[in-house]
Each structure stands twice: as C-alpha cells, then as structure tokens.
Design a protein around this ligand. Structure first.
Ligand code: PLP
Length: 465
C-alpha cells in the first residue's frame, strides 16, 4: 500500500517512509492511497479475538508486507503488554445503551498510549532494520510528552528530547515525564509557554545542521500516520463488544487535533457500521462552529480545564477534508492557506457530506463540571474533564436511543485532580497502584532559556543512542 499527501504533491510513499517522515514535504499529511475494506462477515468473524489479535487483523493491510507477519504480531503484542487492564479497552455502562470506553489503562493513563506504545516499537524496529538512528524532538503541554517518552524509553535507536514549558504543566504530568530514568530520555523545561516550545521544535526541524553527521529528527506528534492507524482498532473493538457489526454503534470523542475521531471515520469507511460520530469540543470550539455553522475562523486560545483539547486549528482535520473533497490536493492546499490566515469555509457539498456522519457539541468548563458531578451522583463513576465533555456531547447529540452510544474516555481522572475537586469530588482521585510512588521518585530535567543555541547544543551534547 502506498501513501499520498493531502496536498497532492510528491510521489506516493511506502509505509516505512511515511512512519519515519511524519509531515509530507509539501506540508500535507499522509493518507493511504486506498483504504482496506472489510466485509460484514469478515468483521463478524473477529468477535472473540483478543485486542492484540484484532489489532493485527486491522493493521496488517496498512503495513502491506513491509513487516513480516510474525514480527508485526510481536510488535503489537509487546505494545499492549504494558496495559494494566486485561481487556485493554474495557467498556463501562453509564446509562441506557450508553457506554464509556476506558482508553486510559496504558502506562501514562491517557489514550495516547494506544498509539505511542506501538509507534515507539514500530520506529525502533524499522530503524534497526535500516541500521539507522534518530532523534525525536517534541513539544508538549501535557499528555503527549509522557506518552511519547514511555513509548520510546526502551528503544535502542532513538534519543527522545521533550520540551515542556517550565512551571506550566501540572505536577502529575511533569512527573510522568521527568521520573522516567533512561539514558535516551531527556526532558527540557524551557522558559516560555507551549507555543515557544513548539516554535523551538519547528525551527529545529527546518534546520537540522546542529545534529551530528548522519542523525535526523523524527516526529511522533499526532500527524504521524501510524498513530491514526493504531487508533482505528478500538472502534472495531467497541462495536464487536456491543453486538456489531450486525448492529450500528455511535461514538462521541473528546476532540483536539482530530486524530482520534478521524480514526473512527476511517473505521466506518473500512466497513464498520457506525451511525454517528460526535465531535466534542470545549470552549475552543472551532470544529463545532465549522460543522454546525460552517464557521472555521480562529479565535484566541482559551485555557480550559480540559487542556488536551485546547487547540486553535486541528491538524488532522485536513485528512477529513481531503476525503470530503474527493482527494483534490490543490483544493486542500487552498483551504489550508485560508485556515492559516484565520478563516476557512467549506463547500456546501463537503459540509453536507461531513454532516452525514458527524455532529458536534461545545461543552465549556461549567457544563463539564456539572456532568462530572451528576454522573458521580447517579452512577458513582468518576470521569476526567475530557471524558466528561465527550459524554455531555453524546447526550446532546444522540439521534437514536436504540443505537449504543460509546464515549471515549481519553484520560484517567487522577491526571486532572484540580478539575475533579472543583466538580465536588472530596479528595484527589487516587493514582493506580503502579503509579502510586510518582510523587516520591526522583525527577530528571534540565531548565533552559528560550534560546535556540542553548537548546540545540544541549541536544547535540546529550545524544546517547
Ligand atoms: C490528546 C487528547 C485529546 C485529543 O485527541 P485528538 O486526537 O488530538 O483529537 C483528548 N483527550 C485527552 C485526554 C488527550 O490527551
């Protein structure tokens, strides 16, 4: 299978190339030239498979021979062996035909582990085969950094440098990154805000001459195709657990960069009967405005209590647009120019097609706190702020009570103690036992100024792989 850029430039690329590159040279994102399709009978025959075996079925056609089947199986098994729940992605019922899929049983307690545990292993495998080593550089405002570090800490061919804004990430999130003791893991606490960190990463990608000979930067941010691919699996998993594929299922997804929900859209295109996909946003509601009133105009970013959804422009939305515009790369390049300039408008036909599958809802801090409170009271179930926004959106947008509605629980409540307390929970929610010593462990990080020479010299001087 070959992969093409959403902006139409360049030659089609192989799976390996796409995993190693991240962004396409023309600025677009890679998507498969053609999606694998599964029949209802084939999907039905997967009922009863373990999560890992189901993942193998779904991922195999995307990899398309680039990795021998037995090796791919081993990579997948290894990636999900770090999860602390036998079901990997268990479903909890919270109401009539209303379910929550807990995606936070991985090492860092957020759904990003589903993609990043696998991506770390996959990259290391590909690099070993090519006799190559890379430096991963990334900026984080929270969840991505720890998931990427956990995904790469045992990789022999990767050094990972994660920049976080000094004193501006929560203590749990910082400790999840800085208490990892591994020679190839390097945390930089940079003076400035998240944008400063991200700009530093961007500048370093565009001129990599600070790296030693033969080394390149690699990205594991949410535009990496392998992350989307790994996330398709749990949509099939939920459906098979709830009577699919004979029965349709709907999903509500707390959305930031649109990677998670786009995986659901692909699952549907690959043959999984899905009735509705609900885009749940917080007060940073550009996607909700886009779907509901065709208003994709940027507004200043607001800090919310669900910080992983605080985004101005969702990078993976471009992948959906490419499909809605029938793979017209030139049209997407134009649209993305508009989006960057602050205002993008979809054609009537593209918007109409999006609305066949997607609905959207905006839930602000107050609405989020209210639903955490009420679900705790009704069902004695504690949700994190992101999940709560998803559930609120699910309840508002649900078209049909006969169809199971699954909200994706993207983080464990213990990651967001302040919000949970504000919702009236009497204590800090407890960390799972494997993390109960988080506050005792030694931290490892280096504080640097917002200074390109200093950051790059630190990276060049600390490569170990
Ligand atoms: C990253 C993240 C999201 C947003 O996911 P996208 O794929 O960017 O839409 C939602 N919730 C949590 C807890 C996250 O870490």
């Amino acid at each position: 299978m070959k992969y093409i850029s959403t902006r139409g430039g360049g030659e089609p690329k192989s799976f390996e190339e796409v995993v190693l590159t991240g962004l396409a040279p023309d600025g677009g994102l890679y998507v498969p030239q053609e999606l694998p399709k599964f029949s209802q009978e084939e999907i039905a025959s997967w009922a009863g498979l373990s999560y890992q075996d189901l993942a193998l079925k779904i991922i195999t056609p995307f990899v398309d021979g680039a990795i021998p089947h037995a090796d791919l199986k081993e990579l997948i098994d290894k990636s999900y062996s770090t999860f602390r729940h036998g079901g990997i992605a268990p479903l909890i019922q919270t109401g009539h035909n209303e379910w929550i899929m807990e995606l936070f049983h991985g090492p860092t307690l957020a759904f990003k582990d589903f993609a990043l545990q696998f991506l770390g292993n996959l990259l290391d495998y590909i690099l070993a085969k090519r006799n190559q080593k890379v430096v991963i550089m990334g900026a984080t405002s929270g969840d991505t950094g720890s998931a990427a570090i956990e995904g790469c800490r045992r990789c022999e061919n990767i050094d990972i440098f994660i920049l976080h804004p000094h004193n501006r990430v929560s203590e749990v999130q910082r400790r999840q990154m800085t208490t990892v003791a591994a020679d190839n893991v390097h945390n930089i606490a940079m003076h400035g805000n998240f944008d400063d960190c991200q700009n530093m990463v961007k500048a370093s990608f565009s001129d990599q001459s600070f790296l030693p000979e033969g080394r390149q930067l690699a990205a594991v941010n949410s535009i990496n195709w392998a992350r989307i691919m790994a996330q398709i699996v749990y949509y099939f998993w939920a459906s098979l657990s709830l009577g699919g594929p004979r029965r349709k299922v709907s999903f509500s997804v707390p959305t930031g960069n649109f990677g998670d929900i786009f995986a659901g859209y692909l699952a549907h295109k690959m043959g999984l009967p899905i009735e509705q996909l609900v885009i749940a946003t917080n007060q940073n509601d550009i996607l909700h405005r886009c779907i509901s009133e065709n208003d994709h105009s940027t507004r200043p970013l607001e800090q919310s209590l669900a910080p992983s959804m605080d985004i101005m422009i969702s990078s993976n939305f471009e992948r959906l647009l490419f499909d809605l515009y029938d793979n017209d790369g030139a049209a997407i390049a134009e649209l993305m120019k508009d989006a960057k300039a602050g205002h993008m408008q979809l054609s009537d036909s593209a918007l109409g097609r999006a609305r066949e599958m997607f609905s959207s809802y905006r839930c602000d801090n107050d609405g989020m706190l209210e639903i955490i409170r009420s679900v705790l009271k009704e069902s004695d179930y504690l949700m994190d702020p992101h999940t709560a926004i998803g559930l609120d959106a699910a309840r508002h947008c649900r078209a049909n009570n006969e169809t199971p509605m699954v909200t994706l629980a993207t983080a464990h409540p213990a990651k967001f103690p302040d919000a949970v307390r504000e919702a009236g929970y009497p204590n800090d929610p407890e960390l799972p036992t494997h993390m109960s010593d988080l506050f005792e462990k030694e931290e490892h990080y280096t504080v640097l100024g917002n200074d390109q020479d200093a950051v790059q010299a630190f990276i060049a001087g600390n490569i170990t792989a």
